[in-house]
Design a protein around this ligand. Structure first.
Ligand code: 5GP
Ligand code: MN
Length: 332
């Protein structure tokens, strides 16, 4: 599985990652806030692999696992940070660009001597004692699979399903431009290892709750457009009626799918006085730079931030910045 454009990991950072994990006894794996398929899939697969080579591994999640990803954790092993009984000798972060993305799990870190940060976000802040970031990986799942190989841990059917879900979700079902020949070769290998593609496809994309369908209706009714810009908004009262925090996942893809749109946004007033903003672009604008201007981050085509303020004020600010980015001399 070689690709000159995307070589397998090597170098001192990778050697430091693998030797720290080989030497570890109890590893704490930490998901990011509002965990997605990449975060959950990577950590559960690697935790499983570590156990297979005699390590203890505990996975903590600062937020609940969204209902449509619960199938990845059939044993309900992802626990809240206050349920993780230390001590741990290594903390392992997969898919976490910065420490703010780990929310309440941050409190666990003070006493863990080795912090391994493995990621694929270009904006990663290298907060670990050991850092390995591959911005050419379409999903952190690609690096996680290479980690399993480097540690000679088996990838059984359950781990293969988790890693396949990581690849499939971060690439929008292998549709986004970040998908490479390596991504597809890895997906093929995971399928051969027993990944349940139908389960992933059904659970992730074809099993919505009634709440999420209602939220979709509200979001579509809120559609705003301005040239190459399109957005949807969810008020606090819209979100209060939705049962699962994952129900707004994917809604930003609707304004993004509007023909002629380059930048799409979802504004969700999920807590009093603050708005979650999801940003997407189709071809040219680097929305991670847009998100960074508001304290967030992400990738060129998918990014996000949380901004203090009421829905209308935040929306106006972000849309103004997006309009500037859409100018020929703007962020791209
Ligand atoms: P989403 O819009 O699905 O919440 O996030 C899209 C992508 O943007 C995520 O995969 C993540 O990489 C990034 N992202 C979202 N919110 C934040 C944030 O607050 N900070 C950072 N650094 N990245 C974010
Ligand atoms: Mn990811």
């Amino acid at each position: 599985m070689t690709d000159p454009a995307h070589p397998a990991p090597s170098g001192s950072a990778w050697a430091a990652v693998t030797s720290a994990l080989r030497a570890s006894r109890r590893v704490l794996l930490v998901l990011h806030v509002r965990p997605d398929g990449d975060s959950i899939g990577c950590s559960l697969a690697v935790a499983r692999g570590l156990r297979a080579i005699g390590k203890q591994a505990v996975v903590v999640s600062p937020d609940p696992i969204p209902a449509n990803l619960a199938f990845l954790d059939p044993d309900r092993e992802c626990v809240a940070p206050d349920k993780a009984a230390g001590p741990f000798d290594v903390a392992l972060f997969l898919d976490c660009a910065d420490l703010e993305r780990i929310g309440t799990a941050r409190t666990l870190l003070g006493e863990i001597p080795v912090v391994i940060n493995i990621d694929h976000h270009r904006s990663n802040e290298c907060y670990g004692t050991v850092n390995y970031v591959d911005p050419d990986a379409a999903a952190c799942g690609e690096v996680a699979l290479r980690l399993c190989d480097a540690l000679s841990v088996p990838v059984d059917a359950r781990a293969a399903t988790a890693l396949f879900a990581a690849l499939a979700t971060d690439t929008g079902g292998f549709r986004y431009g970040a998908t490479t020949a390596v991504t597809l070769a890895m997906a093929s290998r995971l399928r051969a290892a027993g990944a349940d593609l139908a389960l992933v496809g059904h659970e992730v994309w074809d099993s919505r709750s009634a709440g999420s369908l209602r939220l979709l209706a509200v979001a579509l009714n809120s559609l705003g457009t301005d040239g190459e810009l399109a957005w949807v908004s969810l008020r606090a009262s819209d979100l209060a009626s939705s049962a699962d925090p994952g129900d707004s996942e994917g809604l930003v893809d609707y304004p993004r799918s509007l023909r002629g749109v380059e930048v799409a946004a979802l504004f969700a007033a999920d807590q009093p006085g603050r708005v979650r903003v999801s940003l997407r672009s189709n071809r040219r604008v680097d929305v991670s730079r847009l998100a960074q201007a508001f304290g967030g981050g992400g990738h060129a085509r998918a990014a996000g931030c949380t901004v203090e303020g009421d829905l209308e004020t935040v929306r106006n600010h972000v849309l103004d910045a997006a309009r500037a980015a859409l100018q020929p001399e703007g962020l791209s």
